[in-house]
Design a protein around this ligand. Sequence first.
Ligand SMILES: [Mn+2]
Length: 344
Amino acid sequence: MSHLPHNTEIGTAKPTGTVGAVQEILRVIGEGERFLVVSHVRPDGDAVGSMLAFGELLGQLGKRADLVTADRLPPVYRQLPGAGNLRTALRVEGPYDAAILLECDGIERAGLEGLEQFLLINIDHHITAHPYAQLNWIDCEAVSVGEMVYRLTKAFGVRITPEMATCLYATVLTDTGGFCYGSLRESTFALARELVEAGADAGEIAREIYFTTPISKVRLMGAALNSLHCEREIAWLWITDRDMERAHASDEDAEGIVNVAIGIAGIEAAVFLRALNDGTVRLSLRGKGKVNVAAIAERLGGGGHENSAGCTLAGPLERALEQILGELRGELEHSSNQGRVNLY
Ligand SMILES: [Mn+2]
């Protein structure tokens, strides 16, 4: 599963293939004046960095761009150039010539009301991406949506400014977990090199993102580690509202805690669970290559990448835990059996 075929999916009435999709996007942007750029709720580094770079691209083309997110930015991304231009809203009003949705697997993922009235451009790199928009550019080989924004910038012949380079580098850095996973290949490093040449300060960006953890998050991590369980190749941990209160933690502090569990030797799948006020449980899943956590997340109504995915299940926490463990045990057994078959 680690090398999927180059996947480009194009929506209903539009030409097929990446080239066709990019050409159409170039045309729509070239002809329009005013654009809305959005990404998913609980924006991550790729969402924020690619939105900011896209905003800058549109600005350089002499277009007007409104950058809107449903949730506020995690503090670590507030230092990115142009972050002050991002607006938080729950509803968007036009008029816009098009709304550009970056790494959203559906309109609802943006968490914004009013999007459906616009011409929608969907740009995504998840293997669980869907061609729901009028114009869809999906490339699962792109290491981040930022890489796709970079290619678009090149296609427009627009110069990559140091500010854009910084934002785009942040997308590559965060979506690969610091060049550890994802579709890492030669072109990833070529891209990183170009971005550094264009003015991204790799060391400074890494410091801003990885060495600015709020103490509340570290405390929350402590609570999560108290709940850590391992069973063969599966590790899981969770936090409760009480843990959140005690640590004086915000929602953002719960992001990325799952990575501690997948880092354990011998573990092939990790789950982080967080019970939400509405009775649902949010799950973050991580893998190391043996299980495709995106496929499991998708079966449960979520999505993501092969080694990094998420979904939301009905509570209580114990029930959600049993459900995901059932899926993971089945999947790991399946892949072990397959391995055995291949040996003969
Ligand atoms: Mn991404």
